[in-house]
Design a protein around this ligand. Structure first.
Ligand code: SAM
Length: 256
């Protein structure tokens, strides 16, 4: 997969993507990442990329011309067609479902805004989709682009050392949260590892994990359960979890 990022801070994207799974995906040739700086395509001595908003008001707006020239250069670097995605607080919320859709694309072009944002005429003419990483406002789209890059890179075949780990993650499969995980030592002043995980009984372990996944989702994100079709066995596991655990209390995750 190839991802081109239009940004005033290409070094930020390069650094964010240099380590961990994304860095490894690049090393393994699964992800090609290239930053494009609109300032390199701006004309005039000051290489201006922003100007004051019509109508007055605070802040600056990213100008059409440097973005147009920058996008044309990025497009010309590879013949593969690519949707242009503007990272924006006004966009479609990023979910694992959307990440999966993006991860199947051979190429993406991400546009990072700064200041008050981008001239609306450029967005209307050139952008295929706007994506938000949450209901809050960042000072620039670079962090949001880094989030998209990380989430799609780890889904490329061969990026994770164990492909099964992505399948078990929260929001995958039937959309539940992941179960809790433990490692050595089994005994510690902070607590014991649940006995079932040390039992060697694979069926019992799978049942326990499923129950924890259902229970956690009920406690922390009950909205996700509304979107999941639970089997009869699932409902029994969840009911047993509820009986044992009791209802979520005020102040717990997912509770007001
Ligand atoms: N005036 C804009 C608004 O209220 O919709 C916000 C501009 S923001 C200060 C600057 C840039 O940060 C945006 O152009 C966008 O690229 C990026 N950005 C801010 N919040 C974001 C979010 N939640 N998700 C994705 N990108 C975001």
């Amino acid at each position: 997969m190839r991802i081109d990022v239009l940004t005033l801070f290409p070094e930020f994207i390069a650094q964010a993507a240099a380590v961990g799974v994304v860095g490894r995906a690049q090393e393994r040739g699964l992800l090609a990442l290239q930053g494009w700086n609109p300032r390199d395509y701006a004309v005039g001595g000051y290489r201006r990329v922003d100007d004051r908003p019509f109508g007055g008001g605070p802040g600056m707006v990213m100008m059409i011309e440097p973005l147009q020239a920058c996008l044309a250069a990025a497009r010309a670097a590879d013949p593969a067609p690519a949707p242009v995605i503007y990272l924006s607080p006004q966009g479609r919320p990023l979910t694992q479902k959307l990440v999966r859709e993006l991860a199947t694309q051979p190429r993406l072009i991400l546009l990072c805004g700064r200041y008050e944002g981008v001239d609306e005429r450029f967005l209307a003419a050139e952008v295929d989709q706007e994506i938000s990483i949450g209901d809050y406002v960042l000072s620039g789209g670079e962090l949001a682009a880094a989030v998209v890059i990380d989430a799609v890179a780890r889904l490329q075949d061969g990026a994770l050392n164990d492909a099964d780990s992505a399948v078990q993650d929260s929001f995958e499969g039937d959309g539940l949260l992941d179960c809790p995980h433990y490692t050595h030592p089994s005994t510690h002043p902070l607590g014991e590892v649940p006995a079932v995980l040390r039992s060697g009984d694979h069926a019992a372990i799978a049942r326990w994990r499923r129950q924890q996944s259902l229970g956690r989702t009920w406690l922390r994100r009950p909205d996700l359960l509304d979107e999941t079709r639970l089997s009869k066995a699932d409902r029994a596991l969840l009911e047993a979890f509820r009986q044992e655990r009791g209802g979520p209390e005020k102040g717990e995750p997912g509770q007001p």
